[in-house]
Ligand binder design. Structure first.
Ligand SMILES: [Fe+2]
Ligand SMILES: [Fe+2]
Length: 437
């Protein structure tokens, strides 16, 4: 009887999901997918001591909702599938009402973060396992969300280890999964963190390791190839080009939410006499910091991006702006009362950070102030996608940054790590206000 019930369900699903009946079903959701999910679900269900027949029925029926929905309605395929399945099982009198409710509930919740009881959890896990490993890679390369190419400037993808919640938010905001195939691979890798059962995690571990190894291998091949090409990975050029490209997008970031920048700036400006000389290293468009500084002081800004300098000249007509590299620009000793540098140090190779701080110390008059913010993270020098352009990041951990500030001859007045929201992501920055004795 058991075999017969399952055979009848399988025949029904095969018919509904056949290429002739549902030509739009892709590799990630066709009957072969269902069949693989059934295999994982049975393995997990057995290990977890569940009613195997209910598990198998739910797995076979879990995606039938997709056969009756348009692409835009796909997110509701769990609900549609549950109704479909319940009607079929009831019509055919294959299970009793209680059992049908358990199966339907698991199907209803299989693509939600929770719900659907223990069978729902097994189904979710089995469905996710099908996105991992070699099959996962095959699915990534056929995904409608990913372009089948990588960005040589950005081999790891901005959605690296993105969580499901973040992904859904990104997707609901219309930003998609990511532009490149590796974003999709990395997104699927993140499924591992969402697995519920110990059995699925055990099965998933080598599969996800394989995917990570693939990403690392691809990354190393791309870099080896780049080493022989003229393609620029020079950090300074990447930052210059990046800020040229994102000048407009970047200018809009801070206005949307409140950043700590103006609070720290006003604390420092409160310590200066009117008419002081202030240098802004990595000044960007000059908005809002240099506009504020220029109210009462003389402002000089330096930025590596000509597009940003052009904006600054417009935003702060009273300011003096120099297109140059914060790492090599020259000023006479004792020429400023304060130097500020916001969100800049992390775009300069960290081997240069100490020298830059020493040179700032030199440019400051005794009694002058330094105010910096830099990403509170640790990166040796990576190129990542940022506001749609490749961007270079290199930074020391906050403790080391504070040590470098002190070693350059400053005394720290105030320091804190504060998070700020950039495009709905919270990023921590180290803030240091220091004085030159
Ligand atoms: Fe599904
Ligand atoms: Fe599925």
């Amino acid at each position: 009887m058991a075999k017969d019930r399952i055979d009848r369900i399988e025949a029904y699903v095969r018919r509904l999901m056949s290429t002739a009946a549902a030509p739009d079903l892709r590799i990630a959701h066709d009957f072969k997918h269902v069949d693989r999910v059934r295999g994982w679900a049975l393995t997990i269900g057995e290990a977890e001591g569940l009613d195997i027949e209910l598990v198998e029925a739910a797995a076979l029926l879990h995606d039938i909702g997709l056969t009756c929905l348009d692409a835009e309605q796909r997110s509701q395929h769990g609900q549609a599938g549950a109704e479909f399945a319940a009607r079929f099982l009831d019509d055919q009198q294959l299970f009793n009402h209680g059992e049908i409710e358990v199966i339907a509930d698991a199907i209803r919740c299989h693509s939600l973060p929770d719900g659907g009881g223990v069978i729902g959890a097994v189904l979710r896990d089995a469905d996710k396992l099908d996105a991992l490993g070699a099959v996962g890679l095959m699915r990534a390369f056929t995904s409608q969300h990913a372009k089948p190419e990588y960005d040589p400037g950005h081999p790891k993808g901005s959605t690296w280890q993105m969580t499901m919640g973040k992904f859904e938010k990104r997707f609901s905001e219309g930003r998609g999964v990511g532009e490149y195939i590796l974003d999709q691979v990395n997104f699927q890798i993140s499924f591992y963190d969402e697995l519920h059962t110990a059995t699925a995690r055990q099965i998933g571990k080598p599969l996800v390791d394989f995917m990570r190894a693939y990403v690392v291998q691809l990354d190393s091949e791309i870099h080896a190839a780049q080493g022989r090409s003229a393609k620029t990975t020079d950090p300074k050029r990447v930052v210059e080009r990046g800020y040229d490209q994102v000048a407009y997008e970047y200018a809009r970031l801070e206005g949307r939410v409140e950043w700590p920048r103006m609070r720290w700036l006003s604390r420092m400006l409160g310590r200066l006499e009117p008419g002081s000389s202030v240098l802004d290293l990595g000044c960007g468009s000059g908005d809002p910091a240099d506009i504020e500084i220029a109210q009462k002081h003389k402002v000089t800004g330096v930025d590596i991006s000509q597009a940003q300098i052009d904006l600054a000249l417009r935003n702060v007509p009273a300011g003096r702006f120099i297109h140059g590299d914060a790492g090599s620009v020259e000023f006479p000793a004792d020429s400023f009362d304060a130097v500020v540098s916001f969100y800049t140090l992390e775009h300069i190779p960290r081997d240069e950070h100490e020298t830059i701080l020493r040179r700032i110390h030199d440019w400051l008059r005794p009694g002058g102030f330094l105010l910096i913010s830099t990403e509170a993270g640790e990166a040796e020098g990576v190129i990542a996608q940022w506001l749609g352009a490749p961007m270079y990041f290199s930074c020391f951990d906050p403790e080391t940054v504070k040590q470098l500030v002190c070693r350059a001859g400053f005394e720290i007045v105030e320091t804190a790590i504060e998070t700020q929201v950039e495009q709905s992501t919270e990023i921590p920055y180290l803030w240091v206000l220091a004085g030159k004795p």
